[in-house]
Design a protein around this ligand. Structure first.
Ligand code: AR6
Length: 335
């Protein structure tokens, strides 16, 4: 919290506000001409500031607990200062004539000073507007309430918050999985996790010998389950090792293959991974017929995406050759 007397220090302190003049400029332009183009320019500027660690000044009311602390006797040496869960600031909000509640934000110290004095704190724009990801009961934010006054309504804020969110998506590629630029690639391993042929061999070769050392600490993996390691020399930061079933033509095979995909995706999510590539698990050495495997694989990944709609996962199904690619594409089209 700051008073208004020492402006030069404040200027340095509020470095995150530098660049916000563009917001004011675009608000003015939009007010002068409420065209679609001007609105898009304005939203773009706010969006850029959001990604640029831009800050707003937020009027706040200190809670009673905060006031008590400041008015209490000085802390003496040897005292234990307890942190108080209630010690926080309440947002100072504004109610318009129609009874709607709005949050308030200022783009600069100058803008804040134009109206009645109140306590303020700096807050990064992204986390402030993130309030609207929950149902917070506010109509939106009034930016620079004493002058340019822009009503930044919650529907726009929500769109803006979703603009950078990774979207759920599945794509199919032909190629070598070790070359893909995704956050994680999945290895069709065996239960020892100590390497082998096929895609497993290719991944160990491309990742380098440190991968085997890490795998040795994992004590294997059961069929249908998944474990994670680093990606080492790969472009992918992580490798998720899963063990597909050997094909016996039983229903259990499909269940285990299904589990490989689900457990790999769950593990990826747990590690905050948002892009992942799968090989056609079990369709090589483990003898699973390609089309049957593709049906299970797609059912699993689509089902997972549907039940994790909000997460945003980019899934790449990596087919080693054209033939496998055509099979996967055919199944995805329902052929
Ligand atoms: N990139 C993408 N896909 C590949 C690559 C690659 N570099 N290399 C092979 N494939 P497989 P499995 C395809 O045999 O059937 C290992 O020895 C391949 O064409 O690698 O689950 C393990 O250690 C096929 O479509 O895995 C296990 O012992 C698919 O990947 C056993 O094989 C899977 O073939 C696992 O057998």
């Amino acid at each position: 919290m700051q008073g208004s007397n020492d402006k030069s220090t404040l200027k340095e302190q509020y470095a995150g506000l530098v660049g916000n003049e563009q917001i004011i400029e675009k608000i003015d332009a939009f007010k002068a001409n409420k065209s679609r183009e001007n609105l898009l320019f304005l939203l773009e500027v706010i969006h850029n500031r959001m990604n640029d660690d831009g800050q707003f000044l937020i009027p706040v009311i200190p809670s009673q607990a905060a006031l008590d602390l400041f008015t209490s006797e000085e802390v003496k040496a040897g005292d234990t200062v307890k942190s108080d869960a209630n010690l926080h600031f309440r947002l100072n909000t504004l109610e318009t004539a129609d009874g709607k509640k709005w949050l308030v934000a200022f783009t600069s110290y100058k803008e804040y000073e134009k109206g009645e004095a109140s306590s303020i704190i700096t807050q990064d724009i992204r986390s402030y507007i993130n309030i609207f990801n929950k149902d917070c009961g506010y109509e939106g934010i009034i930016i620079n309430t004493w002058s340019t006054k822009f009503f930044f309504i919650k529907d726009f804020i929500k769109i803006m918050l979703n603009m950078d969110k990774p979207q759920n998506h599945i794509s199919f590629v032909v190629g070598d999985i070790t070359k893909l630029e995704v956050e994680a690639i999945v290895n069709a391993a065996n239960s020892t996790l100590l390497g082998g042929g096929g895609v497993d061999g290719a991944i160990h070769k491309a990742a380098g010998p440190k991968l085997l050392l890490e795998c040795m600490t994992l004590h294997g993996c059961k069929t249908g389950e998944a474990k994670i390691t680093k990606g080492y020399n790969l472009k992918a930061k992580h490798i998720i090792h899963t063990v597909g079933p050997r094909y016996h033509g039983k229903t259990e095979d499909a269940m285990l293959l299904y589990a490989c995909y689900i457990n790999s995706l769950d593990l990826a999510k747990k590690n905050n991974i948002h892009s992942i590539a799968f090989p056609a698990i079990s369709t090589g050495d483990y003898g699973y017929p390609a089309r049957e495997a593709a049906v299970v694989a797609l059912k699993a990944v689509i089902g997972w995406l549907n039940s994790n709609e909000e997460y945003g996962m980019e899934i790449v199904m990596c087919c080693y050759n054209e033939e496998m690619y055509n099979i996967f594409m055919g199944v995805s089209r329902g052929e």
